[in-house]
Design a binder for this molecule. Structure first.
Ligand code: PAF
Length: 296
């Protein structure tokens, strides 16, 4: 039996990944922010593409058992604080896998907890909570995990790679993260501002042009940062196609009146652009427009 996977972030995506690891026979321990009602195991019901029930053990983040494998599926703005809540349980041997949308939180973690071994994951799987509390698995998607500069998959990756659908080690994770950032910079704010499903961004010529313009700005910022992104536009449109029926995570946040991840998506891109003195007016406009949508 391999070491247990601890899961930070018990929302739809955290629950989906926990269920997929559990189904593959891995030991999974949830780290909910508050005590689950009834105090017993956390009950998860996954429906949609895959249907299964899971009763998973949980621990309070402040428990004392050391954490060797930590999968983080919180919102981008919660990543650093969530890891901070289990910091005392992390050791030099701990492996942390960050799977949140966006970029910029790794720098926050490095400032608070220098020396932590961080891996990064990007996923196009889709999930959301239904009104009756189940997790709806909406898009199969693929997952890529990697660590900057690490070409071959380390041993800890093997159970994760087997448990998640189409999950592979990515030798060039920086490129994959920039590509995912571009996907989120284009799809998330535009679907939120136009209150539409992802597929509408390819069907409506005006929105499709905006997607192309966002991609153009990102490619220029990435290149100035030393990262070439080949075929960016077609990659973003193929994600739009594959997730055509999805309501993006940002549109879901906006509909619920919740904070969005915009500061870690277009906001991160604009901060990079400013540092590199590259203009990014469209991303800047999207950043502010989405912030205005959810301003108190
Ligand atoms: O944030 C999201 O919704 C997803 O990352 C993606 C891939 C844009 C699909 O909706």
């Amino acid at each position: 039996m391999s070491l247990p996977w601890y899961i930070l972030g018990c929302g739809a995506m955290g629950s989906l990944h926990a269920a997929q690891l559990d189904r593959a026979g891995e030991s999974v321990i949830m780290l909910p922010r508050s005590t689950p009602p009834g105090g017993g195991p956390l009950q998860l019901e996954i429906c949609g593409l895959s249907t299964s029930r899971h009763a998973l053990p949980w621990q309070a983040p402040e428990a004392s058992a050391p954490i060797d494998r930590l999968l983080v599926l919180t919102k981008a703005y919660d990543v650093a604080a969530a890891i901070g809540s289990v910091a005392r349980r992390l050791t030099p041997q701990s492996q942390v896998v960050l799977m949140a949308n966006g970029m910029g939180y790794a720098e926050e973690i490095a400032a608070r907890l220098p020396g932590l071994s961080l891996a990064f994951g990007t996923s196009t799987q889709g999930a959301h909570r239904t009104v009756d509390g189940k997790v709806h698995h909406a898009g199969l998607g693929s997952t890529r995990v990697g660590m900057p500069g690490v070409i071959d998959a380390p041993a800890w990756f093997s159970p994760l790679g087997q448990a998640l659908p189409d999950c592979e080690w990515e030798a060039d994770i920086s490129m994959a993260l920039w590509q995912k950032l571009a996907v989120n910079c284009a799809i998330n704010p535009l679907t939120s501002l136009h209150n539409c499903r992802n597929g509408e961004l390819a069907r409506d010529p005006h929105l499709a042009q905006k997607v192309r313009d966002v991609c153009g700005e990102i490619a220029e910022v990435a290149e100035a940062a030393g990262q070439v992104l080949p075929d960016l536009e077609s990659r973003v449109f193929s994600v739009i196609d594959a997730t055509a029926d999805n309501r993006s995570s940002m549109l879901q946040d906006v509909s619920r009146g919740q904070r969005t991840e915009i500061d870690y998506i277009n906001g991160y891109l604009v901060r990079q652009a400013r540092q590199l003195a590259v203009p990014a007016p469209l991303n800047e406009a999207l950043w502010h427009a989405v912030r205005d949508l959810t301003a108190p």
